[in-house]
Ligand binder design. Sequence first.
Ligand code: GLC
Length: 759
Amino acid sequence: MKKQKNPPLQSQLSEHSPQPKSRTKESQDKRDNAVASSSSTAISKTIEAPAENTVSSPEAPSSLSKDASSKKASASKGKSPVREGGKVQAQTSPAAEAAVSAAQGDEKKKPTKTRRTPAKRKGAASSSAPQKPASPEANTGEAEQNFQSDFDRRLARYHDELKWLYCELYNGDTAAFDYFVSMLRRSWEERKEPLRQQDLRREADPDWYRRRDLLGMMLYTGAFAGTLQGVKEKLPYIQECGVNYLHLMPLLQSPKGRSDGGYAVADFRTVQPELGTMEDLEELADSCRGEGISLCLDFVMNHTSEDHQWARRARAGEAGYRQRYFFYDNWDIPREFEKTVPQVFPTTAPGSFTWLPDCHQVVMTNFYPYQWDLNYRNPVVFNDMTENLLYLTNRGIDIIRLDAVPYIWKELGTTCRNLPQVHTLVRMMRIACEVVCPGVLLLGEVVMEPAKVVPYFGTPDKPECHMLYNVTTMATTWHTLATADVSLLRHQMDAVCALPREFVFLNYLRCHDDIGWGLDYPWLKWHFGTDEVAHKKYLNDFFTGKWPGSSGRGELYNDDPRLGDARLCGTTASLCGVEAADYERDPFKLERAIACDLMLHAWMLTQSGIPVLYSGDEVGQLNDYSYHHDDEKWDDSRYIHRGRFQWDLAEMRHDLHTRQGKQFEGLRRLERLRAGEPCFDGRANVWTFHTGSPHVLGVGRWYQGRKLIALFNFSDQYLTAGAPEPGAFDELIYEEHFDQINHLELYPYGFKWLLQIEK
Ligand code: GLC
């Protein structure tokens, strides 16, 4: 990878871009004094006391997944030509591979348990031709039928649709399909009893994750507690944070220095040794389950590390394994692809292919050169990767984050993103989970514009992901902070509110990745004449502290001068100005920055869906600059917000004289109020309204006769705003009473949660 610095972008901010209000200190001094003793301190003032069988089988052990040499395989009947990237490539059917592998006596990858022939299902397709899918509703008499097991009951519901989708995608390869189904059965047989019981409970309460019961946190095991054992010991802290959904960032085996933060997986069944073992993970999952905490893990499905055994064997020239990736003898086809495929890491890893000098091949690598894209056109890849996924769910993982899912299907002449086949694959994975482990949720990582995101929910009768990241709202929130103009956020909120309530979004302010400025630019252009490139530059200048008067302390990420498309990194607190204020020892600025940080969290908690905190944000952890001096990390600025959790600072979380205390207790108060107030339920009606101020966002929520009106001041100004609602309201946070709420005063970055008094 080239290490290069880019010249600063020369573009100008559009004069029509929403501008921040002038943030001169002099005019504010008097009011700053007032806010110093109000805002963030006041939020935390009214605080209540804090409440509160290991199967280590080798990876992908399928005999049908064995990759045989192409010579032998092509001699068999199962060979079907598949057009790929403009050339016809031999594709070996799993049945043919199995035959060849068996003949070769390759015992190593045989399943640890004997495979059973699937029990004859009622109404199962008897011929090998795909049948038209029956809708789940068609199976009304399910309860009356005598199924041999829960697996058979569930399979009966989905079999025909699954077969239809599978055979359509894989050219009627029924041998591969049969293998797939037998693999599902085997995975279910290996599922331990407590997990099966949980499946049944969740099956009986399919809304279990849709209400407002879940509060998430994502963290790096190493940075947070050293090891998985360490995380187990720290579960009381997790619970003290009110968290019952824990996302552990990638922890599977990944080569040092070529890991992309763990997103280059070398073995889907081994934990990074420095973090512990698969047994430790399973033990942690058991403990979490005991405490009512759902555990989330990434499933990096678009690619493997070049160190994965499949990649090694492909590199060594084994044809069957080469067919698991995208290999080319020369650059002809790769060059064609690169004409239409946008780059993911234009500066840190330019291009979408990598030349392998040792074997004189070009391999597709959309992310880093050491992350080889898997070829899901090959059913063996889909079968084995689904088996790897189910292996993880059988360890006790409740939520599977489908990493980079829009990228998993490639087609020459396209962007290779969000292609229709991706949806077929996701739907089949959803069915696999519904059949084997219906208690497990799929969280899609779809960092795309809204029109591309929503289809990953599927439809109510053919759902794909259970949950998706609310990425546009997240990016628009930061835009709103930088411009102090809420109109785009309101527009975005209206779009989200118009979606079916079954669609569950995961709301967040920060995560382990950068903030990409994926805003609705056509809308901004129409309303403000905003120029996209100039606006991105403004946002980046604002949050890196270059813009006069701004206190953000972010760093740019993948600043590509040709595209003007730089993204942004930094922790919430550092982006909100806490770091600058702390450094300058300016108490007024600090109060204001903490108020801003808490306002953003309150806004996140006001949205329907699952709020997920980024570990460290609960105590306002600042940027970590040590990555600059780390040979393995220096060129990836995302490490600025992946620093070690600072337990010494977190120790101060109950002391309201410290910023950690104000942050932690303020946030806890908001979370408790949310947990106790039915208006925050995911099934509530939600709407936005005009507040009389362009700087103040107004959101209404109504649920079962209760109405909540929320106001958020995204500016650093004192101002007056209100809601067009008659009658008296009680403010929940400050415990104030208002006879009317048409004209309320808001502090800089102030917010209110107003509950209508029931008569
Ligand atoms: C996802 C991850 C990101 C990673 C990429 C490649 O986008 O969030 O951190 O670099 O996938 O796996």
